[in-house]
Structure formats: C-alpha cells, structure tokens
Design a protein around this ligand. Structure first.
Ligand code: GRF
Length: 311
C-alpha cells in the first residue's frame, strides 16, 4: 500500500489532478495514492474525469455555507477515506484557518509562478507586465499566508517574446504537470530523511511557520521567536540535528552528561541555552515532538499560550 493517501481538492478542469493520478500509475512504487477527489462545484469537469478513472469523487456546492462549515464537510469526507495528505490542484477557494492548522505540513499547493514572486491571481499578466524573461511554477506547503508556505520544489519556464498570458499559462501548465507528482512523491521517498518529518511536526504547532535562517530551515511562532532549527553538516561537522531551547546552560550540561550520543552543545546557540539533538541515529520521534512542543511554549507570545493552555 502507498505511504500516503492523498485527497485532492479541485475547482475546475483538473488537469493537475489528471497529472497526479496518471503519474502515480506510471511510477514504479509510487509512494502516494489518490483516494478521493473533492470539488466545491459538483459540475467540475475534473470530477467526471476522476470518476471515470475509478476514483471516489465528492462534489459539494459551497453556496449558502460559511467557510468553516463548508471545510468541515470536505474534511469529514477526507477522513472517511483515511486521507493522510491533501493536494490542492487549482482549488480556487480560500481554506478556513482551522483546516489549514489541522493539515499543517500535510497540505500541498501548486502555483503558476516562481514564488515568492507573483502570489495570488492574474499571475501571467503580472509576469508579462513586469517584463520578466523567466517564470515557472512552485509546489509549496499550505500555511495561513496565501501562496506563502515553505517551497518544496520549482520548475523554471522561459518567457518567449510575443507570449500572451494564455500562451505562457499553457506552457507553464506542462511544467506543472511534471513537477507536482514528482515533488509530492519525493516528500515520501525521503521520509527516512529527517527534515520532512521534522517539518510536519514543527508546522503542526499553533501558528508555527518556517523560514531560512543563515541558510538553515528555522521554525518560528508567528509574531514570536524561533523555537527550532534544522542543522545539517554545519561547517562540515557531519551532524544532522535539531536545535531547540533547553531551560538554560545547566539543563544543557545535564542532558549532555546523561546522553552524549544524543545531545550536544551547538555552536553559536550553545551559550544561549539551546541544545542540539542528533537526528542521524535511530530517532525517537515522540521525544522530538515533545521537545518541539516545549521549545514552542518557551517562544510563543503569551496571548497564544493562553489560547492553547486555556489559562
Ligand atoms: C493551474 O495553473 C494551477 O497552478 C492554478 O490553477 C490552475 C489549475 O488548473 N492554481 P487545473 O484545474 O489543474 O487544470
């Protein structure tokens, strides 16, 4: 059985959905399997295509429903099919904050520009108006910021003289169809590597976000501070590790003394009481999850802590 059960949300023709589905059948040992396809328009042509391919489909009009109520219906359908991950493929509705939070680190989107350039709608018009010579498409994780989540993969497509928004869109679509299945499959192929797993845990914490900090993926609480960094072969030290906040240098020293194979004093961060936890041996992910939560709590603004703990 595939590692990931992918639910796909569409709005219209569903050519990216077709690409994901057909690629999954062509790929040897494809790590994802498309389970249901849902649309907010029961007439969406992509639904008929998926049904003809033997995939469960669900068309639910959003009319008359609030955003959260509509998303709850879609989510119930995803759970009914045991969906583990969600792919948005031309899904033209904004998701409710609750949905985004519950699927954090497990919801992908494809956008027809080289993000962070040209977020939102009318992308190709904007690219041509800016006189750009290169465009393309981006697969990213979905976060609360529209088209703003961590980038997982990009494909570049040259702009031709005389391109119209339509001709450019059509060429970029060809790249989208190749990029999306590949990037999603790679997320699971690399499950034995720690970053995707760490990312899924870190981004599942309330209002957590990711950005590069001195070239390393760092996780921070929006409106607050960094609570974790992923460190790989830092200055050639050969170590893959998570850096989180201990309570101070005393705890740091105690941890290292207790288990020097697992814990170490990270360069630069060490004096501030951060602790390095190695991810290159057999990793206990439950322990990593607890450390992330603890470090998140030490970094979150009080407003958010109150919300989470209810105190
Ligand atoms: C694609 O260009 C996608 O990047 C954008 O909407 C379009 C959807 O096309 N978000 P399709 O429904 O997958 O054919």
């Amino acid at each position: 059985m595939a590692e990931a059960r992918l639910g796909v949300l569409i709005s219209g023709r569903g050519s990216n959905l077709a690409a994901l589905l057909l690629a999954s059948r062509l790929m040897a040992d494809c790590p994802y399997e498309i389970v249901p396809v849902a649309a907010h328009d029961p007439q969406a042509p992509g639904l008929a295509m998926a049904a003809a391919e033997g995939i469960a489909t669900f068309g639910q009009s959003h009319q008359g429903l609030g955003r959260a109520a509509f998303d709850a219906i879609i989510e119930a359908e995803l759970h009914r099919h045991g969906v583990t991950h969600v792919a948005l493929a031309g899904y033209m509705r904004l998701l409710s904050p609750g949905f985004v939070a519950r699927w954090a680190g497990r919801c992908f989107n494809i956008h027809p520009s080289l993000l962070p350039a040209h977020k939102g709608l009318h992308v190709h018009e904007a690219v041509l108006a800016a006189g750009e010579t290169m465009s393309g498409c981006t697969v990213h994780l979905v976060t609360a910021e529209l088209d703003g989540g961590p980038i997982l993969g990009q494909a570049r497509v040259a702009v031709l003289p005389g391109d119209t928004p339509e001709s450019l869109a059509a060429r970029i679509l060809i790249a989208e169809h190749q990029l999306y299945p590949r990037v999603i499959a790679n997320q699971f192929r690399s499950v034995s590597e720690p970053l995707p797993r760490l990312r899924a845990l870190a981004l599942a914490l309330p209002e957590a976000a990711e950005k590069l900090s001195h070239g390393a993926p760092g996780f921070f609480v929006q409106g607050g501070k960094f609570f974790a960094y992923f460190s790989e072969n830092h200055h050639g030290n050969g170590i893959t590790a998570l850096l989180v906040k201990a309570s101070g240098v005393e705890e740091q020293a105690m941890l290292i003394e207790q288990d020097p194979e697992l814990y170490f004093r990270p360069a630069y961060f060490g004096p501030a009481g951060w602790i390095g936890i190695r991810l290159d041996a057999a990793t206990d992910w439950e322990m990593i999850g607890r450390w992330l939560e603890r470090s998140w709590q030490a970094s979150a603004p009080r407003r958010l802590l109150r919300l989470v703990t209810g105190q």
